[in-house]
Design a protein around this ligand. Sequence first.
Ligand code: 1HE
Length: 264
Amino acid sequence: MAAIANASYVTYELQGPVAHIGLNRPEKRNAISDAFVEAIADVVARAEGEARAAVIYGHGNHFCAGLDLAEHVQKTAIEGVRGSRRWHEVFSRIEYGSIPYISALHGAVVGGGLELAASTHIRVADHSAFFALPEGQRGIFVGGGGSVRVARLIGTARMMDMMLTGRVLSAEEGERSNLVQYVVDAGQARQKAHALAEAAAGNSEISNYAIINALPRIQDMAKEDGLFVESFVSSITATSPDAEERLRAFLEKRVARIKAPTQD
Ligand code: 1HE
């Protein structure tokens, strides 16, 4: 039977153009059950309809402990396959949606939690964050897209090390491994993710759509195919009225120039 979404597993709040999606099962370290996946699907659909960007974060001391092992222990093979395919569907809606998702990571970002984070477009970790793929120790395998998304982020060699040996990466190691793009002080990840989401929300919608949907697909293409597709995406994006107005705004000096980064 299909799981029914339970709204209390996820909090949702719109802050200006940015939807804040909070994983909300802290007593089980935000472990993701079937009903929890449906709750994520519901809020993602809502965010797509009304927000220009979204932040995903965890309530409590951890981002997410991954798959609900208590529920998983009783599954048959076909139930496991269906469950995994549903995770793929929901996480693909995030990865190939029309708004950017920024994950704000703290505490455990483990197994399916790391797979969820890998489906977002930018990852911000605070210093408390740690990353692990304990599937090997649990006698299972990644099933939420990790073999595709995590492997593309950090490379198969690093992922194999994590899965075979149980290696746990710190926030800094995560940044060095290309798993996260920002590391901030403890407790600051959501705030930083919000600032990044607001910045992305200010872009042209069609540019964001192209960035989110074309970049990962082009990465999977042969070089010449990627270059060909890039020309079309580039041309279609540039012919939007929004692009014309933004280009004119630059030429007429109505918008700020790019500035060199300041040290913070
Ligand atoms: C859980 C889960 C879970 C916690 N499923 N119930 N994921 C893992 O192998 C990670 C397993 N969890 C942990 O290693 C730790 O719980 C944490 C490092 C995340 C947090 O430690 P801690 O000391 O803060 O919490 P805790 O005491 O271990 O857990 C609190 C409760 O949450 C406890 O339940 P309680 O009834 O005894 O209070 C735990 O049993 C429960 N809990 N994590 C179910 N994951 C699509 S395929 C993806 C495959 C995977 O994700 S594999 C990785 C699974």
